[in-house]
Design a protein around this ligand. Sequence first.
Ligand SMILES: Cc1cc2nc3c(=O)[nH]c(=O)nc-3n(C[C@H](O)[C@H](O)[C@H](O)COP(=O)(O)O)c2cc1C
Length: 373
Amino acid sequence: MNEAYEPLFQSITLRSGVELKNRIVMAPMTNFSSNPEGTVSDDEVAYYARRSGGVGTVITACTYVTENGKGFHGEFAAYDDAFIPSLRRLAAAIQERGAKAVLQIFHGGRSCPKELVPNGDVVSASSIPDEAEGAVVPRALEEAEVWDIVRAFGDATRRAIEAGYDGVEIHGANGYLIQQFFSPHSNRRTDAFGGSLEKRMTFPLAVVDEVQRVVREHAKGPFIVGYRFSPEEPTSPGITMDDTLSLVDALATKQLDYLHVSLMDFSSMPRSGEDTSVSRLTLIQNQVGGRVPVIGVGNIHTPTEALKAMQTGVPLIALGRELIMEPDWVEKVEQGRESEIAITLPKDARQRLVVPDPLWQAIMNAPGWFPVV
Ligand SMILES: Cc1cc2nc3c(=O)[nH]c(=O)nc-3n(C[C@H](O)[C@H](O)[C@H](O)COP(=O)(O)O)c2cc1C
């Protein structure tokens, strides 16, 4: 291995005591390929196994914690104990290849397609649709229902523990229910869950508290709890960089194992806020001040780029699209074969790369998403 890349291969022990063997994380990626009733499919298991040999940690695609939280066709479920064997199969496939398995837990809120939700009853913080054309107008959750969903995040965590995962990641990013509660665009509530910046944090922080309570009660050994968030929204009103720095500050006091910033580009700059001259990630890192490790992500393809990203002070680097294109990324760097790393996606490589067909079709039908050749 080129010695310069050694920092990527240092192990790190998280606050919970879980040791990750290196700094490369597979980013959570939905693959639209689970069975219709919500169990993981053979193709999906094969896809994860193929990518779990080198990375220290795999964060799974998101899984829905209540029946009305299903955000995607072909998403696997965690809303009932009946799904524990299915969840266990996925954890085992990842761990057998040497990576830690982290289950991303989620509720889609107003972003759920109507046809995936029982009785088409799409819910959110408030009755505000997103700004996409034809977006469903959701029903505002009653206060008791909000607490039911908080508990459902805890129940899904208990199932993850029983299924043998090394941890969970709370999906507070990408515009789904947790973010809908934090956003002044989608949250117009005037009860305990909305009305001020602090109150908009009530739901996200309650989910964290409940997940951690369940871990204390049920985990027999160290168990990771991470939190993912998106730093800014394009809408007005919408989450601003300053809002996010306040959330980050609150999360940094929560004894989490990591914070994970969801970005399409690692070095993207803030749209808003007091300082728009440094990257979003740097602002977040400065706010965290070393209190909790941060995972950086976004458009990182080569080990040189990963190293440069780590040199900004971020201890963990997630790769998403790159690991779809190059399942042996870590192994190739380790073996000094970095020049062989694929950074494009040949149209005819689906089977060779062990990518389930629904994910492949989604990629091929979204021009510009992946560098398809
Ligand atoms: C196919 C695909 C599915 C994704 N699904 C999820 C998801 O389930 N949860 C999530 O937090 N992010 C999801 N993302 C976002 C990625 O985790 C990541 O933040 C983004 O792709 C940028 O990283 P990259 O440039 O390394 O791909 C998805 C991305 C892709 C490409």
